[in-house]
Unconditional design. Sequence first.
Length: 370
Amino acid sequence: MTAPRRLIVLGATGTVGRQALAILDEADSPLQVQVLAAHSQSEELAALGPADAQRFLTSDVEQREQLLELLRQGDYEICLNGVVGAAGLAYSEAVLAAGCDLALANKESLVLAGQFLLDLAKANGAHLYPVDSEHSALQQCLHGRQQSDIRRLYLTASGGALRDTPLEQLAEVTPEQALAHPNWDMGPRITIDSATMMNKAFEMLEAQWLFGVLATEITVLIHRQSVIHSMVEFHDGQLLAQLGPPDMRFPLHAALHAPQCMPSPLQGFDPLLFRHLELDVPDEQRYPALELARVASRLGGDAGAVLNAADEEAVAAFLNGQLGFLEITSLCAEVLSRCGGNTLPNLAAVDAADARAREAFHDLLALQRP
């Protein structure tokens, strides 16, 4: 009898972590939850998962270092990285360096240091399974196909909470309005990034690394129903799409149990949900963040790290009432122009780019204030 795969869940109290633990219970999964980690919600963390799982609060520097050392030792089979933001990169590195599989919900890891992490996974025999619904869909569509077969990737986007807000009203949008996502239940940063479509810019950069394509070979389409998660067009003109309800439990279940197809109680097809599917080209005047992905791709080097750091700071400033909605993307563009495009010889250079971008953002923010 095969021993159960041991699982570590990072970001356990966040949206991704909670949904993962719920689907493991619902599916009666053979995975054994060994470690749970969260940033600061100690009471919530204590109430989650099996009683015998180790627990770490990463806001405690000593516990964070203990967790990283545990990850490097590799006494587990798979880790779900549900940490939000640039902070997730160190954990992704530790998992892949240990030769363990990584279910990656922290897209920033690849945006910041994609080539480094892919090389690390290859060198250590580790597998990387994306949790983003779009990249999970692309990986499924590409199963058994070669990278050289790809003509174009299509990422779909709901358009976010403000997709129907008149352009002239966007400057006055409140955080509450931008957080009211029509389709998905996500954390605050990714929900705001959905409204600006910065999340799709990051997904373009993530897809570059995962599937070996250029940003110019990736098309974003507005798909209001969030049923078609992504599509691949091959050189012979054929097109494959992956469809399913807008429910993060599907890609989570797929990533956690990959490469197996394990039973779950999830129901994929609903004729009422699937009966009317629309696709449209995004208005880049409404979503200027999409062009920033192409700019970052052309700049290369630390541009992804710079753009991510600027966006983290900009979203926080918007949620705190320090910045208008339209200024999120415009300040990110300015920081990218000032700071992006330096080489990345190692992860220390990623940290330096991150710090440099945050400092540049706050310098620009200070100039914005009356």
